[in-house]
Write a protein that binds this ligand. Sequence first.
Ligand SMILES: Nc1ncnc2c1ncn2[C@@H]1O[C@H](COP(=O)(O)OP(=O)(O)O)[C@@H](O)[C@H]1O
Ligand SMILES: Nc1ccn([C@@H]2O[C@H](COP(=O)(O)O)[C@@H](O)[C@H]2O)c(=O)n1
Length: 248
Amino acid sequence: MNGRNSPRVNGLERIPRPFIIGVAGGTASGKSSVCSKIMDQLGQAGVEHRQRQVVIISQDAFYKNLTPEQDARAKRGEFNFDHPDAFDFEAMTKALKDIAAGKTVQIPEYDYVNNCRRDDGMQVHPVDVVLFEGILVFYFKELREMFHMKLFVDTDPDTRLSRRVLRDIQERGRSLEKILHQYTSLVKPAFEEFCLPTKKYADVIIPRGADNTVAIDLIVQHIQELLRPTKGGKRTRHNSDSFVGRPH
Ligand SMILES: Nc1ncnc2c1ncn2[C@@H]1O[C@H](COP(=O)(O)OP(=O)(O)O)[C@@H](O)[C@H]1O
Ligand SMILES: Nc1ccn([C@@H]2O[C@H](COP(=O)(O)O)[C@@H](O)[C@H]2O)c(=O)n1
């Protein structure tokens, strides 16, 4: 097993483990769906949670806890969850730094119905690939600079709004009226001010999100190629390679 704290020397260049991928994009653009597809195509579908070598972490796990007054505003769809100040940047950066250093880290679970972190969460054990997704993951410079690859999921705003309406009604216990009020007054302006300008930092822009199978295939191939084990300074190639580079 390769040491986790330093980049792995694999003959051609030093490939860091874990390989950390940032996935940004507007609300309901398909960030989570793209991450799931990448994870599945890296051969992780059906692998038991603790055995997985790829982990998906959502920036939403690092929303700050609300004061009672903020909570009351959130219930009216009037709290700005799309502003950078809504996130606990220190906790987010520390978690990612610890993961990069190969430590086992506890990531909170976020409860969108009650607008708070839940006590339970997931333990992230040392892995090969981390997919860190969220609307503002490229906004914070220190965080942005920790990504070895940056993806921006670029989906039409009307499509995003219609998906968000359905999702927030079905999964987040919201009413149509409050969703639309929050979207027009807070989500859309914040997207334009804070999220969209970070598209320029992306290495790859993925139009149409998870529907873009060509882009996802190319990204997966690139990750597999980067993390493939080497022999005599050259990366080995196996027809049966479903995932990146076991054994290390
Ligand atoms: N290509 C797609 N076609 C139809 N529905 C989609 C597609 N991609 C995502 N969705 C749906 O849209 C909603 C938001 O997708 P998600 O991947 O969670 O986006 P994000 O992580 O950017 O918020 C979810 O309900 C998801 O099932
Ligand atoms: N309590 C909360 C927390 C967040 N939101 C909204 O979620 C969006 C980010 O999640 P995506 O999966 O859509 O990227 C963001 O736009 C927040 O407005 C919320 O409504 N309530």
